[in-house]
Design a protein around this ligand. Structure first.
Ligand SMILES: C[S@@+](CC[C@H](N)C(=O)[O-])C[C@H]1O[C@@H](n2cnc3c(N)ncnc32)[C@H](O)[C@@H]1O
Length: 223
């Protein structure tokens, strides 16, 4: 097992990918190293995100759900346990393999896919879409296409939940990522392609960080 700080190790891997104009290649290298015990996934909380748990409450969610960039998989398992027929995707095949191994017998459909080129059949297909800290894990130039993809997954009558890091002044500029925290304007940009904002909250987190939690809804009724 490595003794390097997990965040520093992840940034070191990211720097190599980003220098080669590859915004996501480092995720596979990180998850593959973690599977070999040579790295730690810094965002592996061992539990669903507390802001997702609080938002969902005890209700039965039902319907279909899509988890974007699922990472360790706890958010997807949480949605499935609350009655949603859940699909979850990540750009890293090793993340998919790790989740299948970690949750044997899970009802979650874990898939390898790229948010920047998602399967066309996912367009307007999910009653609930959950995006937690994936858009911000790519450099800002990729935020607009990634945001458009996320918004496009929501079915008529469906809901999008976004949880992301905000810089203390919500300005975002000058921060050397990863991650690249979302500005207020970037959060507001999820309201596109027929989605309307229901709520945008800026919540205190570990100082000096804040988190966005934002909910969007597409009008209409699921077919
Ligand atoms: C910072 S982690 C967050 C993981 C998880 N959502 C969470 O909150 O714990 C970002 C995740 O998104 C995945 N990811 C990054 N870019 C992606 C892309 N273009 N398409 C799909 N997944 C991506 C990474 O592999 C990683 O698992």
């Amino acid at each position: 097992m490595t003794t390097e700080d997990p965040d520093a190790a992840a940034r070191r891997l990211a720097a190599v990918s980003l220098a080669a104009d590859d915004p996501t290649g480092w995720f596979e290298r990180l998850y593959a190293a973690a599977a070999d015990g040579a790295a730690v996934v810094p965002w592996d909380r061992g539990a669903p995100h507390p802001l997702l748990v609080e938002w969902a409450g005890p209700r039965d969610l039902g319907g279909s759900a899509l988890v974007v960039g699922f990472g360790p998989g706890f958010d997807a398992e949480f949605l499935a346990a609350h009655g949603a027929a859940t699909t979850a995707f990540d750009v890293s095949p090793s993340a998919v393999a790790a989740a299948r191994e970690r949750f044997p017998g899970s009802s979650v459909d874990y898939r390898t896919a790229d948010l920047l080129a998602p399967p066309p059949e996912w367009r307007h297909a999910f009653d609930l879409v959950v995006e937690i800290m994936t858009v911000q894990s790519m450099p800002p130039a990729f935020h607009p296409p990634a945001t458009a993809s996320v918004a496009g997954f929501v079915a008529p009558g469906g809901t999008l939940l976004v949880i992301a890091t905000a810089s203390p002044d919500a300005g975002g500029g000058g921060f050397e990522g990863p991650p690249w925290p979302l500005t207020r304007a970037e959060v507001d940009a999820f309201a596109q392609d027929g989605l309307d904002a229901v709520s945008v909250e800026k919540l205190a987190s570990v100082p000096p960080w804040h988190r966005w939690r934002a909910e969007f809804r597409r009008g209409g009724v699921a077919p």
